[in-house]
Design a protein around this ligand. Sequence first.
Ligand SMILES: Cc1cc2nc3c(=O)[nH]c(=O)nc-3n(C[C@H](O)[C@H](O)[C@H](O)COP(=O)(O)OP(=O)(O)OC[C@H]3O[C@@H](n4cnc5c(N)ncnc54)[C@H](O)[C@@H]3O)c2cc1C
Ligand code: FES
Ligand code: FES
Length: 1284
Amino acid sequence: MSAARLTGTKYGCGSGGCGACTVMLSRYDPLSARVLHCSANACLLPVVSLHGAAVVTVEGIGSTKTKLHPVQERIAKAHGSQCGFCTPGMVMSMYTLLRNQPQPSLEDIREALTGNLCRCTGYRPIVDGFKTFCGGPSTLCNGSSDVSQTSLFHMNGVLPLDPSQDLIFPPELMGGGGRLCFQGNRVKWFSPADLSDLLELRAAHPNAPLVVGNTNVGPNMMFKGDVHPLIISPGSVMELHTVSWGKKGVTFGSACSLSEVKEELQGAVGRLDPEESRVFQALLNTLRCLAGKQIRNMATVGGNILSADPKYDLSCILAAADCTLQLVSKGGTREVPLNEKFFAGFGRTHLRADEVLLSLHIPRSQPWEFVSAFRQAQRREFAFSIVNAGMKVVFKEGTDTVQSLSIFYGGMGPTLLRVKRTCEGLVGMSWNEGLLEEACRLLAEEVALPPTAHGGKTEFRSILSLSFFFKFYMQVVQELREKGVGVADLPLEYLSALKPFKNEVPQGHQTFQMVSEIQSSKDPVGRPRVHIAAFQQATGEAKYYDDLPAVSGELFVFMVTSTRAHAKIISMDFSEALRVPGAVTFLSARDVPGQNRRLWFNNTEELFAEEEVCCVGQIIGAVVAESREQAKRAAERVRVTYDDLSPVFFTIEEAIQHQSFFNPKRKLERGNVDEAFGKVDRILEGEMYMGGQEHFYMETQGLIAVPRGEDGEMDLYVATQHAAFTQEVVGHTLGVDSNKITCHVKRLGGGFGGKVMKIASLSAIAATAAYKTGRAVRCVLDRGDDMLITSGRHPFLGKYKVGFMNDGTILAADITYYSNGGSTLDESSFIMEKALLHMDNGYKIPNLRGHGLVCKTHLPSYTAFRGFGGPQGLTIIESILHEVAAECGLPAEEVRAVNMYSEEESYTHHRQPFCPRDMVRCWDECLEKSDYSSRRLAVQHFNATNRWRKRGICAVPLKFGIGFSKGFYNQGAALVNIYKDGSVLVSHGGTEMGQGINTKAVQIASRILGVPMSSIHIKETCTGNVPNAAPSAASFGTDAVGMAVKDACEKLMKRLEPVMKAYPKWTWSQWIVEAYCQKISLSATGFFMGPHTSVDWEKSEGAAYYYFTFGACCSEVEIDCLTGDHKNIRTDIVMDVGKSLNPALDVGQVEGGFVQGLGLYTIEELQFSPDGALRTRGPNQYKIPALCDIPPQLNVHLLADSQNPNAIYSSKGIGEPPVFFGCTLFFAIKEAIAAARRESGLNGRFALSSPATVEKIRMACVDRFTEMVPCPEPGSFTPWAINV
Ligand SMILES: Cc1cc2nc3c(=O)[nH]c(=O)nc-3n(C[C@H](O)[C@H](O)[C@H](O)COP(=O)(O)OP(=O)(O)OC[C@H]3O[C@@H](n4cnc5c(N)ncnc54)[C@H](O)[C@@H]3O)c2cc1C
Ligand code: FES
Ligand code: FES
């Protein structure tokens, strides 16, 4: 598509895991004589597989130049597009749904979006925009009662959906064809004409894979280096697509997509007697959460089975249900049962090399046969299962005596596991507690995994296997009773365990303050204006760095990274690499014309490692080639020899043992902590670990470096949050002054702090390549490399001692924070400082001491991430509050309230004065709006009446410092030009990454200049227009930029004043022309000198922040004690953003930040191998929140009547604070686990580290099943993954 200059379709991962590349695929189906439309991931679609298909991309449905499609218009108007990188994919998923279903239900919309990730919005506004289609093609129905004129958006005058305007399917694509053969440079692709042709080809090329959906073969070629010189694609062979129903069951052609199977089974389940359709129902339950919609549309049932991957979900249930496979070859057909014997190992089956899977037969269930399927993944939808299972029991008619039992597990080894001994041992037994006991005993032996097993989580996986059986046992008890068999009833409190969590569409209220009635209707400040680039983003017209067309002669650079954690580089042999066609040159430290280092606050970091590497993923060289693929291929051929060095360690605990810390070590202290410990009723000691987090911005890092060929000038089109720093580093690297280097930043597809530092190094390397070759060089990190090289949020360990009174009042706390900084300092010490500066949160702990140590380990260097240490600092203190409350036997909210700052003139622990009034208001309103007291009682009632499901509720307050504690960063600059036609061009030093800084800047300029927003434009951030700008970070971007834009506009207005006074009736354009004729300068710079914040660390005092943003959040969750799954039920947030400049953008930041926190505290888990290599390198291993994770009720209230005299128009910075609110889910989960543990007689404290993953939740819910699985002695084995 880039060759066709269609850049609207985005590339976020290349593995089907993000949905950014979603397109609509249409094909004529001769069997039904219909054109079928489905959404698909373009990244997994080989172009040659599209013969006969029509592909519609986001550009094909509407544009700002012609007419928007209603889907594009509504997602934009509903504020569903922030950075916009996911937006075209969202649009295409919804568009496809509407092509198939012009009047979709909420469930249709939910399902359509299961395969689309968004890292910015929190999904609610996207869904709100799309809900307006629910009423039908021409009516507009608001999905929630909140979507009204006074809400954040309205749909007045929007385009109605008019299906008659849709593109028609090109009739020329309706014809069939004979055998097709495509020959590429490296691959030959055959598409056989019919079945016999397929069998011919199969016999002639037994090693060639059959590619249908390409969802297994494609990713393996891309990421595992599988090479297939010849591929057979049987997608057009009709026999592989047929579906036929017979008396005994249904037969699906092997190339039926999972969506087709799902649809067919859905129809059957509605039609057939439930007794006949138990297998179909079980399969349906699995298919509902298997992958995302786009994958299900492409992936085939045959491919799923023949991939022979035990993480795939279908084989277990199909095997348990006694399904059979029809295999065909030139020699004839044979039928084989689908069971463990069909699988030969991971990725291997006993299919003969000349055979093809023709079809799969699924039998109807019999009256005394009960079937179920189970799966548990890290995220409930769009995630590979950790363990899956299929179970079937057959009873002697009319009895509860087991006649036969078959149980299969996936994810418990390299291939399908049949627990034969267990099944055989239970035959003849009655279905009762005795059988359950015996089953668990046998199962525990049969599913035991060695602690070193591939994939790790071994104890959890074994326990899950038992839990699944227990669920099956209970289900069957229920069903037997329904059939009148006299088995003992289940206790009532067990029943909720049988209902799967329902994935729902998020609904929510958002309240905000309307602007005053006297404000001019032309003044946009304070109004929920749409992001100014939302329509361009929704149509795919918005350009990101990688959308820029190739500059003539452009090359591509690919990084070569270390595979060792600590080693001397002995040699680098790149001769093989340079032999790859297209390879141009190899770069290493000695090619750097200036300095091979990135300098930041006296910390230096090598661009290319010269002698020694100190982490896996460190850049040691780079290959430059004519194309991306060639550069990648060549980089893989660089041979590096190392000499390993010691010590090598990765974890915080190991760093403490080695006393390996960066300087400076920080301390903050208020009062006399040691003395206070002598005066308290109780003392408690503990620790809390918080894992790191990957930024997972949807657009990976990169840039284009274009040498201008004169005077050393170089232009960089770069995704950076800190253009001035990138400029400076590139200048140092090239040995060129900054005035020759220009950075252009149009927009970022998300940044979240991750595009401040590392991008400067990448830019310097690309610039070096451009310098060396004299040609433009593009660098685009693959998702896996981005995750490996650029790292993310610091893991933290807080060790604490706290002294408190029996009423929960904390008198003393002594906390030592350890962060894992990785191998270089980067921003780690400032991040640690921010953690210490937030360690009091909203609590007046009179004697408080914090030490902060940044551990130096052999991991890629951790860096800034939204919140910048704040969430970690805050979480430790919240953990302490939680523990104190539990210890005192008091409700946590009471203990929080009793410790909260309350005096009008309060002082933080670093002696910064502040008024906590608005924080307390947020807290009170949050408790009230969330109906906290009665819901807490309801939670208690729920927990008392449910054994295997538990709920928890938690509320926290928040005080979050805004601005840089390094005072000199608190500045902003802007340049405002007015052109003769009256149009206005604003430039500023901030970068637009979805947060809406440009929109707010335009709103401000519009207010002061009195011109409509449509006359004001922001082209890009450019170091040539606004020099020396601070990074867009610390929630301070809008404060700084807004003030600077205001300053520039006010200067201009002052100059225009005489003209305006002289001609009061003239229009703006006339004034401007007159001013021009009077030689009045129509260009002004604006500057904002922010506060001089600083901290004296020796004295433990200083005004670290400009002001504080306050808030409070309450969340309720429910956990499944048997599987560790959890469901976020409801979240209420009250946020003080002062007088919001734009409530829609601010609510967007609150929701988006909260959802990023949701990921941080519950599902996002990074895994490292014991050798320090990151294992989680893409969306298939690392799960960020998807639509299914959003609480069905997510309410955001912006605090009314709040002022902030410090910042622009009394607003407040909001980007970072809400991330911390994700901890409410964590503590609510912890509360729910505590309730579960009490059922097992465990009343004491217990440790739970963040994130509260399914594994940790299940393991903490100690019960009879967890006791059956032996716990391996830590240290006695090498685990699959380590906690760093
Ligand atoms: C992002 C993502 C998420 C996913 N999530 C899940 C999940 O949650 N659960 C799950 O179960 N699966 C999941 N999958 C896996 C997906 O279901 C399988 O990859 C898919 O079903 C394979 O079908 P395909 O047509 O794409 O196979 P292809 O990739 O085209 O082929 C796969 C293999 O099957 C062989 N093959 C295919 N058809 C035939 C035939 N007729 N005869 C002989 N050999 C044949 C091929 O030779 C090849 O070896 C996911 C995949 C992706 C990319
Ligand atoms: S780029 Fe295709 S799914 Fe991510
Ligand atoms: S708007 Fe969805 S990823 Fe940025």
